[in-house]
Ligand binder design. Structure first.
Ligand SMILES: *[C@@H]1O[C@H](CO)[C@@H](O)[C@H](O)[C@H]1NC(C)=O
Ligand SMILES: *[C@@H]1O[C@H](CO)[C@@H](O)[C@H](O)[C@H]1NC(C)=O
Ligand SMILES: *[C@@H]1O[C@H](CO)[C@@H](O)[C@H](O)[C@H]1NC(C)=O
Ligand SMILES: *[C@@H]1O[C@H](CO)[C@@H](O)[C@H](O)[C@H]1NC(C)=O
Ligand SMILES: *[C@@H]1O[C@H](CO)[C@@H](O)[C@H](O)[C@H]1NC(C)=O
Ligand SMILES: *[C@@H]1O[C@H](CO)[C@@H](O)[C@H](O)[C@H]1NC(C)=O
Ligand SMILES: *[C@@H]1O[C@H](CO)[C@@H](O)[C@H](O)[C@H]1NC(C)=O
Length: 465
């Protein structure tokens, strides 16, 4: 049995080797060269063969669904186990110049291609000159390409810096490539400005003009229109606006990291400096949308980000609890005292404080509501009482309350001290003398009497005259 298994493995791997060798990439038949040169109005015909379903990729000059381009797919090979595809473009035109690729539909990296020139003496450049020059972006450390591709590889093209500087190729830094245009390997500041590719055919001059632009990469600031935490209810909409200010001419790209998907992107230029913004919208929030939302901004090598966290509540709620105990203590004379139970709610509730059943801040001008707290200024004895906080969200018909007692301690005061101290005078020995001490305090004070002997007679106070 073990022999049988081994031979099956062997035959499988042989078969694998076979398929690997043949058509691991598709093949263009009858194309010997890496490029083809056709004349305008001729027919371009390419045949591709492979082991799997085939696909064509055209140059941008052949638009999707172009009626002059036909693709015929068929099965082929000895056992009809191969795939063949014939591309026909008729008539071929100058703008069809470019690279034609044939690839596997499901393995797109496996492909073959040919570059096709369709010559037209009246259209030496693939792209015709437009009224407004194309902008070519220069990036530090990257090649600069003036993309004046030609329809005939033998066209003599020169590069002109506006108005009249003729730039020759040097085969090292400045290179002409009929499939790309002029390539500048290490562009300097000299290459900022307006440039033309120029060719003369039959005494007619043709040009392709470009404006180079060196983007500035300077992000000044990135901010979200809500900082901190965003709170929302399930089913509600969430919209975050990420604004980027950057130096004039900067190009920025904005992307988001967030728990779910759906983006709207817009660009809005502002005076003096550029402000770009991107708005992320989630139409119906669910619990899964909770989390951190980060707006990433990149401008060339520079990058910055801003974030906010989003909390999604299943339903509106109000929760009130005592901070420590239902009885709180203050002292008479305290500059201010704050009654602040723990309150968590969403959305924002309206809060009313009652004292002994009546609206607190209507009762006394020393009371005011600050956020969810009741603040008492210059605490007095009469502030003691029963306080109730009512928190309500009318929209959802939610109402919660919590009651707490305020005890105000009053430092005992001796009433007799308030009036001028009277000399008890002389009292006969053995007679009865009563001394009165009146005091008030909260809680009730304890009294304690102490006796101190008078200073001995005759001893005069050194300070007295
Ligand atoms: C190409 O075909 C068009 C119309 O079919 C014709 O007008 C034109 O003269 C032809 N051009 C060439 C170069 O054959
Ligand atoms: C291009 O220029 C070379 C030499 O400058 C010349 O020999 C050649 O004929 C020119 N080709 C065309 C298509 O004008
Ligand atoms: C140049 O023009 C002449 C006369 O108009 C024409 O005979 C010739 O074919 C043209 N050459 C090219 C390359 O277009
Ligand atoms: C942020 O901006 C978006 C889009 O304009 C807006 O819908 C949303 O209400 C804003 N959020 C805040 C907290 O201002
Ligand atoms: C986004 O924010 C920017 C500035 O903060 C503002 O100008 C812009 O109008 C906002 N976009 C929307 C759609 O609200
Ligand atoms: C959010 O931003 C703050 C500062 O703005 C930063 O400290 C924090 O690490 C950021 N959080 C995330 C998840 O990026
Ligand atoms: C406070 O809530 C209780 C129930 O939790 C309710 O019976 C009472 O009437 C409420 N008091 C006020 C003043 O709304």
């Amino acid at each position: 049995a073990s022999v049988a298994v081994n031979s099956r493995v062997l035959s499988l791997s042989l078969k694998d080797a076979e398929t690997k060798g043949r058509f691991s990439s598709p093949v263009l038949e009858n194309v010997r060269e890496r490029q083809l040169i056709l004349e305008k109005n001729q027919t371009l015909q390419l045949d591709c063969r492979g082991r799997w379903d085939l696909q064509w990729v055209f140059p941008s000059g052949v638009p999707k669904g172009y009626p002059g381009a036909q693709v015929e797919d068929s099965s082929c090979g000895k056992r009809a186990n191969q795939f063949c595809s014939r591309l026909t473009i008729s008539p071929a035109l100058a703008q069809h110049t470019g690279r034609y690729r044939c690839r596997y539909a499901h393995k797109q990296r496996k492909h073959t291609s040919v570059y096709v020139f369709v010559t037209d003496s009246q259209r030496p450049f693939v792209n015709v000159e437009k009224e407004i020059p194309d902008v070519v972006y220069m990036t530090e450390g990257k090649h600069l390409v003036f993309p004046c591709k030609v329809t005939n590889p033998n066209t003599n093209v020169s590069l002109i810096k506006f108005p009249k500087i003729r730039i020759g190729t040097d085969q090292r830094n400045i290179v002409w490539n009929s499939r790309q245009g002029f390539v500048i390997h290490s562009p300097t500041m000299f290459y900022i400005g307006m440039f033309s590719c120029k060719t003369v055919i039959n005494e007619t001059t043709y040009t392709n003009t470009f404006l180079t632009h060196r983007p500035v990469n300077k992000i000044k600031d990135v901010y979200l229109n809500s900082t901190g935490t965003v709170q929302a209810l399930q089913g509600q909409m969430l919209a975050l606006n990420c604004t980027v200010t950057a130096e004039w001419n900067s190009r920025v790209s904005i992307s988001w990291s967030y728990p779910a998907q759906v983006i709207i992107r817009r660009i809005m230029p502002r005076k003096n400096n550029m402000a770009f913004y991107s708005i992320l919208t989630i139409h119906k929030l669910s619990k899964a949308d909770r989390g951190v939302y980060i707006c990433h901004v990149e401008s060339g090598p520079a990058s910055q980000e801003a974030n906010t966290s989003v909390t999604v509540y299943e339903k509106p709620f109000i929760r009130i609890k005592h901070r420590d105990s239902p009885v709180v203590l203050a002292y008479a004379g305290q500059k201010s005292f704050r009654l602040s139970p723990k309150l968590r709610a969403f959305p924002e509730p309206e809060v009313i404080w009652l004292k002994d059943g009546k609206v607190a801040d209507e009762q006394c001008s020393r009371y005011h509501v600050d956020g969810y707290s009741l603040v008492i200024r210059d605490v007095a004895e009469e502030d003691a009482g029963v306080y109730t906080i009512l928190a309500g969200i009318q929209q959802f018909r939610l109402l919660q309350n919590l009651t707490l007692s305020l005890v105000v301690h009053v430092r005992p005061q001796i009433a007799e001290k308030a009036v001028a101290v009277q000399d008890p005078g002389t009292v006969l020995r053995a007679s009865r003398l009563s001394l009165l001490c009146t005091s008030h305090g909260v809680p009730s004070p304890h009294f304690q009497w102490a006796w101190y002997p008078c200073p001995p007679k005759g001893r005069t106070d050194p300070h007295a005259r």
